[in-house]
Write a protein that binds this ligand. Structure first.
Ligand SMILES: [Zn+2]
Length: 193
């Protein structure tokens, strides 16, 4: 499979959601992984992670992408870990030779870690969808997006800024994402409280 299909983090998350056919919350990270032929493996199967790691991704000899995640983490954390690793893969972050004849991402690059986190937050909690559902608090965002409270808090801060500036649907790609989610959003709005 090719990697680095997306270059720009800002548009990458939207493109990823569109390409993988994601139309509702919580966003299915396994559906995205399947779309891009990425194998998702629980760490409890092989115990490949070092104690300090919550997830890794690498390219096997045959070119297959593999993500290993710590399945003992909370659901919100597990989802963020997988989304973060998908970010490294889809943003085409630089690789170096690793163990077991694989290539792994260079961990000495704080900016790529930041990019992968941004990508993860944006695919798991797309701003235009939160806006359409009028979600503001970390509690609401954590529940609807199935992310950790910490991740939801950061997203809520970002959303507060976007709400104050009414910065939604300004990009054509974001408008496409909104259209893809629209039937599901309408369903949510007509649901009795
Ligand atoms: Zn990373």
């Amino acid at each position: 499979m090719n990697y680095g299909v997306y270059q720009n983090v800002r548009d990458a998350a939207w493109r990823c959601l569109l390409d993988a056919g994601i139309t509702e919350l919580p966003v299915s990270v396994t559906k995205i992984a399947r779309h891009f032929d990425v194998n998702i493996i629980k760490n409890s199967v092989h115990d490949w992670l070092k104690p300090s790691q919550s997830g890794i991704s690498f390219q096997a000899e045959d070119g297959t992408w593999v993500v290993v995640y710590d399945d003992s983490d909370s659901i919100g954390r597990k989802r963020f870990t997988i989304a973060h690793e998908l970010g490294h893969i889809l943003l085409g972050h630089p690789l170096r030779e690793g163990e077991r004849h694989t290539r792994v991402f260079n961990k000495d690059r704080p900016e790529v870690e930041k990019e992968a986190d941004m990508f993860a937050a944006r695919i798991l909690s797309p701003a235009c969808v939160l806006w359409a559902l009028d979600l503001h608090t970390p509690e609401e965002i954590a529940e609807r997006c199935q992310i950790s409270y910490t991740a939801a808090q950061a997203r809520a801060d970002r959303m507060a800024l976007l709400y104050s500036r009414q910065m939604f649907l300004t990009s054509p790609i974001e408008r496409q994402v909104f259209q893809a989610f629209k039937p599901w959003i309408e369903q949510q709005k007509s649901r009795p409280e």
